[in-house]
Write a protein that binds this ligand. Structure first.
Ligand code: AP5
Length: 217
């Protein structure tokens, strides 16, 4: 199953995609990689690769990387063997040109639109902490690491993302409204969109989208 997880920053796309991988792989008996363009960019920045050097200032400011760079990266990633039976795209597409490009090389089956008000976004991103090594998301209120600053899963360093500073979060919300929210209607008119209320706790949201996709819970 080829899925897009759509929604504003902090809606929970990354957290939910990790859960969806296990559910889909069990239901379908085939790999379904979680492909996050944001995570790919952050890994490139950490490695100080040419891509990382090019995109660092863009990510820190909350603006979008250009469409061509992003589309080329996703096209290459989806061409790999493990994405043949399906995948979860988290954070891509983010503009109409990206969505049109994707339709040309890998049409998707469903788009989950995780709906959440701005005040919840600010609360979630204000408390988010991320493992530098494995990328696991924590939250200082909803899901604290057992030891301050240390990942429960791999022992890596838990840090605050540069783009979770309040001014960058406000910019990301503005960019989301202007450039990404139009994708909701783009996919709705194609009959691909499923709206999911992203306000409840993680377990409830997982149950809601699992049912909506007709997958066993
Ligand atoms: P990206 O990494 O994709 O950031 P984003 O879309 O802004 O999404 P986030 O990662 O901030 O939030 P999320 O929805 O995954 O929430 P999470 O699960 O972490 O992109 C970063 C940057 O890369 C962009 O700004 C841009 O510069 C660039 N970029 C990426 N893709 C691009 C593209 N296609 N084109 C151009 N540029 C691109 O959850 C948030 C917090 O809430 C966590 O602490 C979590 O523990 C907690 N939480 C989650 N769900 C719940 C729940 N149900 N209840 C309580 N707490 C919850």
């Amino acid at each position: 199953m080829k899925l897009i997880f759509l929604g504003p920053p902090g809606a929970g796309k990354g957290t939910l995609a990790v859960r969806a991988v296990g559910i889909l792989e069990t239901a379908r008996g085939a790999p379904h990689p979680h492909i996050s363009t944001g995570a790919i960019f952050r890994a490139a920045i950490a490695a100080q690769s040419p891509l990382g050097l090019k995109v660092k200032a863009i990510l820190d400011s909350g603006r979008l990387v250009d469409d061509q760079t992003t589309v080329d990266l996703v096209r290459e990633r989806l061409g790999r063997e493990d994405a043949r039976e399906g995948y979860i795209l988290d954070g891509f597409p983010r503009t109409i040109p990206q969505a049109e490009a994707l339709a040309g090389f890998s049409p998707v089956d469903r788009v989950l639109n995780f709906d959440i008000p701005d005040e919840s976004v600010l609360e979630r991103l204000g408390g988010r902490r991320v493992c530098r090594a494995c990328g696991h998301n924590f939250h200082m209120i909803f899901d604290r690491p057992k030891r301050e600053g240390v990942c429960d899963h791999c022992g890596g360093e838990v840090y605050t993302r540069d783009d979770d500073r309040p001014e960058a979060v406000l910019k990301r919300l503005e960019v989301y409204r202007a450039q990404t929210a139009p994708l909701i209607d783009f996919y709705r008119v194609k009959g691909l969109l499923i709206d999911v209320d992203a306000r409840p706790g993680v377990e409830q949201v997982v149950e809601n989208f699992t049912k909506a996709l007709g997958l066993p819970g």
